[in-house]
Design a binder for this molecule. Sequence first.
Ligand SMILES: [Fe+2]
Ligand SMILES: [Fe+2]
Length: 318
Amino acid sequence: MAILRFLAAAEIIETDLWQQYNELGGIQDSEVPGGSGSPPYKEALSFLDGDMDQYIHDNTEDEISHFTFINAYLASKGADPVNLDQFRTLPSSKATGAQQIGRLTTLMRLTVDTSWWTRYRSRARNPDFGDTFPQAIPSLAVGQHPAIPRSDDDLTPADHIQAIANTAAFHFAFIEQGGTSLYPSLAQRVSSPEVLRILLSIGPTETAHFQTWHDKAGNYKRPLTDPKDPALVFPDLNSPPLGGEDFQTNLIMPEPCPFLDRKFPACSIVRPTQTKRAAMGAVAALTADGLFIRQSREFLEALHELAEKADAARPGED
Ligand SMILES: [Fe+2]
Ligand SMILES: [Fe+2]
């Protein structure tokens, strides 16, 4: 139940950020209501794929279903569902198309860790062995960058809103590779076969999202420098000194890598999957991403407590 409660919180956070993407860049309908779209943002996203709005909508709907299901399951077992509504205090984008409501997360000050790109391309290294990985877009991994237009001022010039769409492209995959690792990491400490089935059934949908976003991120417009933030540079990942196995944009499937022990042959796997402190690791990654900038101390304490309890769960304990 502690693991499910943490996952409910993580899914509520995912839903909050995906809803912000959907209001401006997705499809607003009865399945994913709210907002009315930003045509210049949608056009910039469509550079990645003509169906980006549909994919954003579907990813958002999946996240809504994840937290709603987990909370309903918790309630059916007499456990407390998770509700973070009191912490919806962060402002919405002022761009035309966004709802003006309180948010749990902000997408307007992101520091995007783009090392998932090189991590999934490395044959020799695995984060579970302590290995580290270079950033694909170093300038996105420092500073603070919007992944949605903050106001209508962000809609021009064309290369500026394109840089925001490029940022979103790498952020979509960053979020979903996190879910891809979180579910198998926590599943190793689940005691109930039915809860294990829940984790093993939701987790791979995070991977389905990640695989889609990994493919789309490779289509991003480059080389591109943000005219309103010249420090933000999107390099051509297919040209020297980049390119090759670590960077080439059509290498979107996981490269085999060491697993469990380097004595074994390389294996194509999700990485990382180590279970120790996995929930706190997820909270740390989301915090470093900038999603919770200006959130209250009480929110972070509540999230940390849910993560600590999930990380303390051991098979055989409720
Ligand atoms: Fe999810
Ligand atoms: Fe997700």
